[in-house]
Structures are given as C-alpha cells and as structure tokens.
Design a binder for this molecule. Structure first.
Ligand code: FAD
Length: 389
C-alpha cells in the first residue's frame, strides 16, 4: 500500500539547523491525555526518553473523546503546506496502526457531495487543485455514488460529488488507550487524575512540573492540554492564542449497517466508526468551524442532525440515537497548528491544533525528533508558537 510512499515521505523530511536546546537527560513531562499527548508520549518513550504523562481526568476527557476522529487531507486544508502535513499524517496513521496494537481505523474513504451549483463549482475547483497536488480524488456520477454508498439518497439535489479514497476514521478513545498502553510498555509513567498546577524554571529553563500530588523533574515539558494549552503556557508568559469552538456530535448504536465510507453532504456528515457506530454532525468538520456559540439545546441539535441522517440514508431507519457529545475544538486563531519550542522558555514545547486526530500521527513523530535530537524540522516552520509573540 502506501507504506513505501510513507517511508519516502518521512525519509524526505528536511532536518534543519540545530535548535540550540537539547534536553540534558531526556526526562520529558507531557501534559494532557488527549490524542496529541498520548501519541507524543508514545513516540518519545519509543525513542528511549523517560516520559511522564499527566492527565487531570481520564484519557479522552477533552476534545479527543468528543471528536469525529476523521483522518483527512480535505480540500479546505490550505495553503499547500497545511494540506501536505495533513496528507503526510494520513499516511503516518498506517504506520502507527501497524506499530501499535489496538488502534482500529476504518479506511473507507470520503464521499462528498453538494447541492447548489455554486457549491458544485467550488467543490470541482478545490478537488482539481488537490488532484494537481497528487491527492487521489474521483469524480462521481449518480450511478457511481449508488455503487459506493448504496443507502445514500442524493437525487434530485446533487450538483457535484467526489470520492477521496485515502481517508478514514479512527475509534477515538480506544486509540488513546492503545497509545498510552504502548508508551507504558516502553517505560512511560501514565498518571491519570493528576492535574498539573505549575511549571518550574531553573536558570530560565524548564526544570520541573508541579502537580496536585508531587513535583516531577523535567528537562522538557510538552503542553498538549487542548483548549487549556493557552492557560498553561500563559503561566510562563508564552502566548498561545486559541478561539475554542463547540461542536455537537450525535452517535448511533451499532444497530444500522455500517456505511462503507464517510459521507459529507451539505446538511449532514456521517462517519462510520470501526466499532459499527456512526457519528454525525453538521457544520462541516473538514475545516475549522468559526462559530463560538454553543447551541441553545444540544439535545435538539443532535436530534435534528439524526433526523437529517435518517432522511438521507435508507439504512438509518434501523439506527437509534444513542449518545450525544459536546466538544470544544482547540482552534488556533489562524486555523493552523501551533507546535515547537517556545523561544523565550527553553524546554517548553506546546502542541495544539484543530484536526488533531488527523495530525497527531505526524506531529507526534516530528515533535519527538525536535525534542530528542535537538534539530528543527523545516516542515513545521509555518507553525511555530513564536509567530504570535
Ligand atoms: C466536535 C468535534 C469534532 C472534531 N472532528 C475532528 C475530526 O473529524 N478529525 C480530526 O482530525 N479532528 C477533529 N476534531 C479536532 C480534534 O478532536 C482535536 O484537535 C484533538 O482531539 C485535540 O487533541 P488534544 O490532545 O490536543 O486535546 P484534548 O483532547 O482536549 O486533550 C487535552 C487534555 O489535557 C488535559 N489537561 C488540560 N489541562 C491539564 C492540566 N493542567 N493538567 C493535566 N491535564 C490537563 C485535559 O483534561 C484533556 O484531556 C474535532 C473536535 C471536535 C470538538
């Protein structure tokens, strides 16, 4: 499959100048048990670092437990460098899945369709651009849609449809546990119900983390605290500007047949999860959702989404609305990841992003390279925390 391509991509990562910071003893504390914290802890432990992960509640207590967990290089991921890192990450998930037992991903691709002619033109133009960047996208006629996702009812609305075959969805909380377990097997100390209350400096550089239980010595601290990353970095005067945006998701039980691929339409997106459940919402997740308004009634929002899905998929008749989540997307103000050492505080390494499930597979690996090898990876240059200073 794409493994060779993946290896080529990673082999081609340009490693640039030494950063000037090298942890003295590879003792790293990771704050946060979401997808970014768990994947980074795993990569660091695998490289032989002494890792402690502190999560104030349970794994997946933040956005990662309330996420669509759709892995994609959607056409909204612009400019090209952001698209490229998303594509790299999509491939890197295959590698992670092979390495770490217990990560389930349904690789069924994404079918996206539109209803009005303006949206159809925009979808065509965006997909053509992605094809030009080497991302497989297939144009779909109605007959092919019926072949790919037979239960989807699109006629007579349809104006354009595409299929992106490389995308999929990960079973989110299971993946966090699998990564934390794998990190633990390699010696990482995973501390749940442990809140970080402060980060201590010695001679201006990170030297310890203070929790509600004890003090942990640290040569570097990764802040993967989701929407709380701003507050934690702010303790040391580092600005991480976020605009958290809420998202309601509705989940079905596994009683309806699992759709063969993710379907994103103008009124609802439905993501089939490996467990057989479906997760669905509206306000398309491929791109940042800028509304910061929480819906007046989450129950009403979830029921409306579920009703739309039932009207679009013949098989959803058999589904039941089983669960609702409201998550806050850790959305940087410019929409792009924030990752890298903060220049003003040696040893402090924030990682926060929207689309964190997609990006975790590559960002965690590149973060481990930067933290442990004392180099700066060019691919991450557009995403440095200091761009906000
Ligand atoms: C509705 C919704 C749909 C989404 N859909 C997708 C999607 O389809 N695809 C995709 O790629 N992305 C999606 N995202 C985005 C993605 O889920 C997030 O980018 C990702 O989960 C962020 O992971 P994280 O590890 O950075 O943060 P989080 O998962 O929020 O984890 C941060 C953790 O830090 C802990 N913490 C905070 N402060 C402290 C402290 N002081 N001490 C100890 N622990 C602390 C919190 O308890 C939390 O568990 C979606 C998000 C939402 C909300």
């Amino acid at each position: 499959m794409d493994r060779r391509h993946l290896l080529e991509l990673f082999a081609g990562i340009p490693l640039a100048v030494a950063t000037g910071f090298r942890p003295r003893a590879d003792r790293i504390v990771v704050i946060g048990g979401g997808i970014l914290g768990c994947s980074t802890a795993y990569r660091l432990a695998k490289r032989g670092a002494e890792v402690t992960l502190c999560e104030r509640a349970e794994l997946g207590a933040g956005a990662s437990g309330k996420s669509g967990a759709w892995i994609n290089a959607h056409q909204s991921k612009l400019p090209q460098h952001y698209f490229e890192i998303s594509r790299l990450s999509t491939l890197a998930w295959h590698e992670l899945q092979q390495e770490v037992g217990g990560i389930r991903i349904k690789w069924g691709g994404r079918l996206e369709w539109t209803r009005d002619s303006e949206a159809g033109d925009a979808l065509r133009a965006a997909a053509q651009q992605q094809q030009g960047w080497g991302y497989p996208m297939e144009w779909l006629e109605a007959a092919r849609i019926r072949e790919l996702v037979p239960p989807l009812v699109v006629e007579p609305d349809l104006t354009a449809a595409v299929f992106a075959p490389l995308e999929g969805a990960v079973e989110p909380v299971e993946a966090l546990r699998a990564l934390a377990d794998a990190a633990s097997t390699m010696g990482a100390d995973i501390r749940l119900n442990t809140e970080v209350l402060g980060i201590e400096l010695t001679d201006g550089r990170v030297s310890a983390v203070r929790t509600d239980r004890d003090v942990i010595r640290a040569d570097a601290v990764v802040i993967a605290g989701g929407i709380d990353t701003s507050t934690i970095a702010g303790w040391l005067g580092v600005q991480i500007p976020l605009r958290p945006a809420p998202g309601v998701l509705a989940y079905t039980s596994g009683s309806a047949p699992n759709l063969p691929s993710i379907v994103a339409g103008p009124d609802v997106f439905v993501i089939p999860l490996p467990s057989g459940r479906h997760v669905m919402g509206r306000g398309f997740v491929g791109q940042p959702v800028y509304s910061t308004d929480r819906p007046a009634s989450e129950q009403a929002e979830a029921e409306a989404v579920f009703a739309m899905a039932r009207s679009r998929f013949t098989t959803m008749e058999q589904a039941r609305l089983d669960d609702i989540t409201v998550g806050w997307r850790p959305l940087p103000t410019d929409g792009h990841p924030i990752i890298g050492f903060a220049r003003s505080v040696p040893g402090l390494y924030p990682i926060v992003t929207h689309s964190g499930f997609t990006l975790a597979a590559s960002l965690s690996r590149l973060a481990a390279i930067e933290i442990l090898d004392g180099v700066s990876v060019d691919l991450l240059a557009p995403y440095r925390p200091d761009r906000f200073a």
